[in-house]
Write a protein that binds this ligand. Structure first.
Ligand code: GLN
Length: 224
């Protein structure tokens, strides 16, 4: 285990940054609000041990990432294995493909899932509900178990490719997925299987709004 405090970044161009930052700080991390490429990579390499891509509006975030020249360095550090958690719009940014994009909208194309924007949870009537996360096991932390989260105009994961695995299903809809860890065998998951998290995890809901730290704790455990 690392002796020094973990450095967690939250992409802070737009969206629900504060709840993630507060949760990571409560878990003992030092938080950097990422607004430029130099927040991600310094002269000595990556500056962060873990990263959160928050919810918000994915098409706006995409535009700002490209306007401020952060898209490429962001893709580089995440592809390089930086433990990364994307919620809602953050999941859309991570995804390989997006259905119903805004005009010109792109994604980072890293997590092997296809998402459909605005599939779940109307803005005015966003719901909070208990989700069952299937047997995710992280560095001895044990199963994530039932995680609380809110759906706010959330994307749905409509397909999961060979490079990712399903983490959470609710009412037949896939709400979370993780990249395939190195050495893992591609294949469908069963509820019984033990699922290590890959370096990228994308979830359609917002545990940070519901105050459930399970995913953030898992993210920081991966960073150690
Ligand atoms: N609908 C938003 C989008 O397309 C996502 C909503 C959210 O992050 N809560 O980016």
């Amino acid at each position: 285990m690392r002796a020094q405090t973990l450095r967690a970044g939250v992409l802070a161009l737009q969206g629900g940054v504060a709840e993630h930052a507060a949760m990571l700080e409560q878990l003992g991390a030092t938080v950097t609000l990422v607004r430029r490429a130099s927040d991600l990579i310094g002269p000595d390499g990556p500056r962060l041990d873990a990263l959160v891509l928050p919810g918000g509006e994915s098409s706006t975030q995409d535009r700002l990432l490209r306007t401020f020249d952060i898209a490429d360095p962001l893709r580089e550090v995440i592809a390089g294995g930086l433990p990364t958690l994307g919620t809602c719009a953050g999941l859309i940014l991570l995804a390989r493909a997006v259905q119903d994009p805004a005009p010109g909208q792109r994604t980072l194309g890293l997590l092997d899932v296809r998402v459909r924007r605005n599939a779940l949870g109307a803005q005015v009537a966003s719901i909070e509900a208990e989700f069952t996360v299937q047997a995710a096991e992280v560095s001895g932390l044990g199963a994530l178990g039932d995680v609380r989260g809110a759906l706010i105009r959330a994307p749905e994961i409509v397909s999961v490719g060979a490079g990712a695995r399903v983490l959470a299903v609710r009412d037949g809809r896939i709400l979370a997925a993780t990249s395939l860890p190195p050495g893992a065998t591609p294949g469908a998951t069963t509820p019984e299987s033990r699922l290590p998290l890959g370096s990228m995890t994308g979830i359609a809901f917002h545990p940070e709004i519901s105050g459930d730290p399970a995913f953030h704790r898992a993210l920081l455990a991966q960073a150690r």
